[in-house]
Ligand binder design. Structure first.
Ligand code: ADP
Ligand code: MG
Length: 136
């Protein structure tokens, strides 16, 4: 499916809706350039999973565990080894929460075949094209 959102809140609403498809253990890859809206979508997914806490995007934190999901931002990692060092393989095996990954290309080789793929593109200042599908 492909859709276009015209504001951060529309992107959050989409995230909230998409969350209905995610069960514990679901790996969700969020692809797109800086500013594409990956973290904004995660905020909506969090709402959809019933989390009221604010989801931030702290510069130096790579892995965050929330009550129903993991939020992983691999932007700063330069190698698969570094990802292994933060425990990415154990997290990918975890079946007790949804696993949301920004910059999954950093760990392409170890991503499970069965996962959700979300691709976000900047169309203009406020417009984002968002494609999503379950793959396996
Ligand atoms: P990423 O995590 O992909 O780097 P963020 O979600 O942190 O992106 O930031 C997206 C930025 O783009 C925010 O400043 C947000 O306000 C802005 N923005 C503008 N329009 C949209 C939209 N339609 N969807 C999501 N974010 C948008
Ligand atoms: Mg982000």
């Amino acid at each position: 499916m492909t859709t276009i959102t015209h504001s951060p809140s529309q992107t959050q609403s989409l995230g909230k809706k998409l969350a209905q498809n995610f069960v514990d253990g679901t790996v969700v890859c969020l692809r797109g350039n800086l500013g594409a809206g990956k973290t904004t979508l995660v905020q909506g997914i969090a709402k959809g999973l019933g989390i009221k806490r604010r989801i931030s995007s702290p510069t130096f934190i790579i892995v965050r565990r929330y009550p129903r999901f993991w939020h992983i931002d691999l932007y700063r990692l330069t190698s698969l080894e570094e990802a292994r060092a933060v425990g990415i393989e154990e997290i990918l095996e975890d079946k007790t929460g949804v696993i949301l990954i920004e910059w999954p290309e950093k760990i392409e080789e170890i991503l499970p075949k069965k996962r959700w793929e979300i691709k976000m593109e900047i169309i203009s200042e406020k417009d984002r094209e968002i494609s999503y599908e379950a793959v396996h």
